[in-house]
Design a protein around this ligand. Structure first.
Ligand SMILES: CC(C)[C@H](C(=O)O)[C@@H](O)C(=O)O
Ligand code: SF4
Length: 466
């Protein structure tokens, strides 16, 4: 029978069928300080060992400071959480990349960067943005803390199979429009719960043309459309990206792996439960105006009115969102001033993001009433950016250049906004209070974030030219 990529990866990992559910083998388990302590406590209580410590990798990312390497820089609670991760990894023989290690960074940035994520793998992490790794054609999804314990103990996980959705982005993307704009436009189209219960496969010319890092930006936000996971079939770009990475296979293993990876495509006659098609040429730089990622419009569109929505729930939600965001129907983006700009997060903190941002930053200065920070996704990204002197460009333009971590994406450290602050943010969530109580988040691409920093309001990044 014809199979989708999702079917192929799923079927290759079935350990046992348990009624409606399936016990899946897990190839890679990533852990961080926030969702692992209770899982380890559970194991320790029952005197269990980690079944495959060699398949488990840890990093510190959420609760760390972006100004100091000291574990106590963000207070005793954060320090305790970080130390607990270190003790657990030590005790269970798990490779940890703590603050100060050359491999440290946001969990979804370091996994791919180290070659830990390969096509056809099952990848889990106690973190909803694990979907990022689907960019490699790996079935990757976030799990809860009790499931983290289950995977640590057994290297398996009970799952129910999702429905399949094909999202095709046809044709070529206009110049100056980015992967972030594609995924925001997709979520705008299907809604923030539009893919609930589905695994999405992204395809079409515009997706094929994206680099691996751009594909990660797309898959990263699958969860923001409600999807269980997002996938992109591996191709030559995937193989080239993985070639020579620290944990990539070598020699004969590499050749065998590559021929397996090349089989990981959806069969031509396979069918999906739902198909959505977008025309790439219609996508323009996107900005969220509301408090979920589906409340998004193009930079040249005016803020909508609740009356524009027929659905009573959407109408009400728009009304509430506009109030919270302090916006008025009909307002144009050039009239919306920002107080903060955040470039970072597992969506947009990789080297290509920083290069694209720096190119625009080089053309001007951050407005004096705007606080703008750049937080690289990992130590490796930071070092590469510094080799390329991107940090110099950012600092000369008036941006702060920070240490790697999740930072202002969710403010589990001291990078927090105050009530009423308005932030152009390259992250992935814009719900009420996400970056601090009462703060207002607008999700944008790195290019659009820099454009907002330089003008003090939202502006079309394409006007900054080549
Ligand atoms: C802290 C963690 C559990 C959380 C997640 O699962 O996504 C965080 O990474 C986030 O982005 O909100
Ligand atoms: S960068 Fe943001 S979205 Fe990504 S893992 Fe960290 S907190 Fe979650």
């Amino acid at each position: 029978m014809a199979q989708t990529l999702y079917d192929k990866v799923w079927n290759a990992h079935i350990v046992e069928q348990l009624g409606e559910d399936t016990l899946l083998y897990i190839d890679r388990h990533l852990i961080h300080e926030v969702t692992s302590p209770q899982a380890f406590a559970g194991l320790n209580e029952k005197d269990r060992k980690v079944r495959r410590p060699d398949l488990t990798f840890g990093t510190m990312d959420h609760s760390i400071s972006t100004r100091s390497l000291a574990l106590d820089a963000c207070g005793p609670q954060n320090k305790l959480q970080l130390q607990t991760l270190a003790v657990n990894c030590e005790q269970h023989n798990i490779q940890l990349y703590p603050v100060g290690h050359k491999n440290q960074g946001i969990v979804h940035v370091i996994g791919p960067q180290l070659g830990l994520i390969q096509p056809g793998m099952t990848v889990v992490c106690g973190d909803s943005h694990t979907a990022t790794h689907g960019a490699f054609g790996a079935l990757a999804f976030g799990i809860g803390t009790s499931q983290v314990e289950h995977v640590l103990a057994t290297q398996t996980l009970k799952q129910s199979k999702g429905k399949s959705m094909k999202v095709e982005v046809a044709g070529k993307l206009p110049t100056g429009v980015t992967a972030k704009d594609i995924i925001l436009a997709i979520i705008g189209e299907i809604g923030h719960a539009g893919a609930t219960g589905y695994v999405i496969e992204y395809c079409g010319e515009a997706i094929r043309e994206l680099s691996m890092e751009q594909r990660m930006t797309i898959c990263n936000m699958s969860i923001e459309a409600g999807a269980k996971a997002g996938l992109i079939a591996p191709d030559q770009k995937t193989i080239d990206y993985l070639n020579g990475k620290e944990f990539s296979p070598t020699g004969k293993h590499w050749d065998d792996a590559v021929s397996y990876w090349q089989s990981l495509t959806t069969d031509a006659d396979a069918t999906f439960d739902t198909v959505v098609t977008l025309q790439a040429k219609e996508i323009q730089p996107q900005i969220t105006w509301g408090t979920n990622p589906g409340q998004v419009i193009g930079v040249n569109q005016a803020i909508p009115s609740p009356d524009d929505f027929d659905d009573p729930i959407e109408k009400e939600s728009a009304k509430k969102a506009l109030k919270y965001m302090g916006l008025e129907a009909g307002q144009t983006w050039d009239k919306v001033n920002v107080s903060h700009v955040f470039i970072g997060s597992c969506t947009n903190s990789r080297i290509e993001d920083l290069r694209a941002a720096a190119k625009i930053a080089a053309t001007g200065k951050v407005k004096s009433n705007v606080t703008a920070i750049v937080v690289p996704g990992s130590v490796a990204v930071k070092e590469l950016a510094e080799q390329e002197a991107l940090d110099v460009i950012f600092k000369e333009a008036g941006f702060e250049w920070r240490l790697p971590g999740c930072s202002m994406c969710l403010g589990m450290n001291d990078d927090i906004l105050q009530a009423g602050d308005r932030c152009a943010s390259t992250s992935n969530r814009n719900f009420e209070g996400r970056q601090g109580r009462g703060s207002r988040t607008h999700l944008v691409s790195p290019e659009m974030a820099v454009a907002a920093a330089l003008t003090g309001n939202f502006a079309d990044s394409r006007q900054f030219g080549e």
